[in-house]
Design a binder for this molecule. Structure first.
Ligand code: ZN
Length: 429
């Protein structure tokens, strides 16, 4: 079943009006908060119930069957004409950080609902399941992706037994919300899922700098986080000549500048030393020991590892020339997650069809799409983020960019619905 008439029928929906409705809905959902001032909506907190109720109204109005799975994910199933047809998932997360903006995560869910509205009751060659993940930010339990992990079968007993600061476990939070943790396995993806699509704000300045509204995400970057300890010798700042010093802070400082320099020279690499602790930390004492962190990210694991090797060698060199020793330990090693190549190409084409110049970029932050990518082809579309500002009440989107995202989404659905390749690709699960 093709959507030959879509471009004609589509004219009956005013995209600009729908885009402003999308923005109004995001702002409305931002009022469902645990805090009297500002938006904070963590995993299965009371305002999440109100958020679900509001989105459920919109989903039911377009004929979707709505449910909440045992991991607290809101799911709206928009059927295909054939009952046995496969489905695609479109969504993002509904939880927020404290003092959040109105669009991180939520926009991806609200856009998915709006795409169903744009279909005006027409059915595609696949069913569409809109999904609002219960947890992505990791705020309440210190672990992210609780919602999407349930879909790939990794919401396990260890995760369920984690406690929040009030001593409530993930399992108890699920029960308190009226859900049954024993049914979590039923939330898992079935073998009828063709793929996962996620619209999300970029949360950075790249698209704004380029003057483009939308990007196709080709990978979620890999991350290496380490702690480095430079050990020299503390001594008197006045009486110790320069050539007889073992200055741990000077060694660390040279290495920090080298990390910045390497990242500036290496396309796609970002390197950050965000924390430094010099001991004993006095004006008139040469630093004897320095603890510092390194956060290194790249979309290619091999490029990331090469940079890591370069920087450990640099740390050794800048330490050795001062008679300082250096050790390091890994705090986090997370591999890069490529998005599905076919879906990324289709997204680029859909962006072009929506009248925008496509851009391809990697995501420096983690998203639900990287969890779903473990099981199904996943694709992501970024929207320009004014000022690059996110995780802040000043977070915003341009009305025209939201309209472009809707146009892009409809083109993408049309392309996929009529694509033989999309249907014949085998599931990775
Ligand atoms: Zn997000």
């Amino acid at each position: 079943m093709r959507l030959e008439n879509w471009k004609f029928v589509h004219k009956t929906v005013n995209t600009a009006n729908l885009a402003s409705e999308v923005i109004a809905r995001c702002q409305k959902l931002a009022r469902y908060s645990e805090d009297a001032i500002g938006t904070r909506r963590t995993f299965l907190s009371p305002p999440m119930r109100d958020c679900h109720a509001e989105i459920t109204k919109w989903l039911k109005a377009v004929g979707a069957e709505v449910s909440v799975d045992a991991a607290g994910n809101l799911r709206g199933y928009y059927p295909c004409a054939q009952p046995e047809a496969p489905r695609i998932l479109i969504g993002s997360h509904l939880d927020t950080v404290p003092n959040a903006g109105a669009y991180d995560g939520i926009l991806g869910v609200v856009l998915a609902v709006a795409l169903l509205e744009m279909l005006e009751g027409r059915k595609l060659s696949f069913a569409i399941e809109v999904i609002g993940f219960s947890e992505e930010e990791g705020v309440r339990f210190g672990v992210p992706f609780i919602g999407s992990r349930a879909l790939v079968g990794t919401l396990d007993a260890e995760l369920l037994s984690r406690h929040d600061k009030n001593g409530v476990s993930v399992e108890k939070a699920i029960r308190d919300f009226g859900l049954n943790p024993a049914e979590i396995s039923r939330a898992a993806l079935r073998d009828d899922c063709l793929g996962y699509l996620e619209f999300h704000i970029e949360q950075g300045p790249v698209l704004e700098n380029l003057g483009r509204p939308l990007a196709a995400v080709d990978a979620i970057v890999g991350q290496n986080r380490l702690e480095f300890v430079f050990a020299g010798r503390a001594n008197h700042a006045g009486t110790t000549p320069m050539h007889l010093r073992h200055d741990a802070l000077a060694a660390a400082a040279e290495w920090i500048v080298a990390a910045e320099d390497l990242a500036r020279r290496t396309p796609g690499l970002v390197a950050t030393v965000g924390s430094i602790d010099a001991r004993p930390g006095a004006t008139n004492v040469i630093a004897g020991e320095v603890h510092s962190t390194l956060d290194l990210r790249h979309a290619s694991d091999s490029a990331g590892l090469q940079a890591l090797e370069d920087l450990t060698r640099k740390a050794e060199a800048s330490a050795a020339m001062r008679g300082v020793s250096v050790t390091w330990r890994t705090l986090l090693a997370q591999r890069a997650v490529p998005m599905d190549r076919f879906l990324t190409q289709q997204i680029e084409h859909a962006i072009f069809q929506a009248g925008c110049e496509p851009h391809r970029m990697s995501s420096g932050a983690g998203h639900d799409a990287m969890i779903l990518a473990e099981k199904v082809p996943a694709g992501m579309i970024f929207l320009r983020t004014p000022g690059g500002i996110s995780h802040d009440p000043a977070e915003s989107v341009h009305l025209q960019d939201v309209a472009s995202a809707l146009e892009c989404g409809m083109h993408l659905l049309e392309q996929l619905s009529s694509s033989q390749e999309f249907f014949t690709r085998t599931l990775r699960a």
